[in-house]
Write a new protein. Structure first.
Length: 283
């Protein structure tokens, strides 16, 4: 069940947010009897038109809830869009026989979807990942009375109210009100040593250096292959067995036994092959 299949207004499609809000406010509210009838039709018959009417009558609720999250700097239209997803989930799970109105049931799903959206997009680095941190993220601003740092008594009271650790309160306060630091430094020489880029960058991290190193390695690999191709089969095997087999390099005596020659003769072939390789790679 999506907005497209149910054909109801979408905030970013009607031209402006004001037009969308005006449109959703024109949809009539449902009486308890109408709501129950539509919910039963959707549950028992999978009637999408019934689901559509349930959603349309509650779109103004999403607008109102989403307005409460404008303090996080995210677009109101995006918050409404996410809240609408929560509303659709609520309609899909709503049981009309429990004696609870859809509006009460839907609030939880709308807020849950908006919460997820805010946590994912408010900052580049997530500020709340545990259950306790999520509680604090959405309550610390409203519970904090002053603009300064929380006192020990305030931290203790807040921790007791939300049933979290005092350390969680202090950590979330730091995350919410701590200033972001630029990765790169300003043009002032005095600031250079304190910029994170100065101590986070790895040695030889310049992209052009990586490109040069990769190109050299590629050329060396291709050049070695061409140079080995210029050797006769026996000389090439001796070089590969002695110098390119890192796990189990062959000894002179091993190769002497393979070719039925002396170890000294193997050494001479090896030396001559190495000279030929050196000349080919340097040319």
């Amino acid at each position: 069940m999506t907005a497209a299949t149910l054909d109801f207004p979408v905030p970013n499609v009607l031209g402006s947010l004001e037009n969308y809000i005006q449109a959703v406010n024109r949809f009539p509210l449902l009486s308890a009897e109408q709501e129950h009838e539509l919910a039963v039709r959707f549950r028992d018959e999978e009637d999408l038109e019934a689901a559509r009417q349930l959603i349309l009558s509650h779109l103004r609720l999403v607008v109102a809830i989403a307005r409460g999250y404008l303090g996080y700097g995210l677009p109101h239209a995006d918050l409404i869009q996410e809240g609408n997803i929560g509303l659709m989930k609520a309609v899909k799970r709503y049981d009309p026989d429990r004696g609870v109105r859809l509006v009460s049931f839907a609030v939880h799903w709308i807020k849950a979807e908006i919460h997820e959206f805010v946590l994912k997009n408010w900052r580049l680095v997530k500020v709340a990942t545990t259950k306790a941190q999520r509680k604090l993220f959405f309550n610390l601003r409203s519970m904090k009375t002053g603009s300064g740092t929380l006192s020990s008594d305030e931290v203790e009271a807040m921790a007791n109210t939300l049933n979290v650790q005092q350390s969680d309160v202090r950590e979330m306060e730091t995350r919410l009100y701590g200033q972001d630091m630029a990765l790169d430094a300003s043009n002032d020489d005095d600031d250079d040593v304190f910029a994170p880029i100065a101590y986070l960058a790895a040695p030889n991290a310049e992209p052009t250096q990586h490109m040069e190193i990769a190109e050299r390695e590629k050329l060396a690999s291709v050049g070695l292959g061409d140079a080995l191709g210029s050797l006769d089969a026996r000389s090439r095997h001796i070089i590969e067995a002695r110098w390119l087999n890192e796990e189990n390099p062959a000894t002179l005596h091993d190769l002497a036994a393979i070719y039925s020659i002396s170890a000294e003769r193997v050494r001479q072939i090896e030396a001559k092959a190495l000279q030929k390789l050196k000349a080919a790679l340097s040319s």
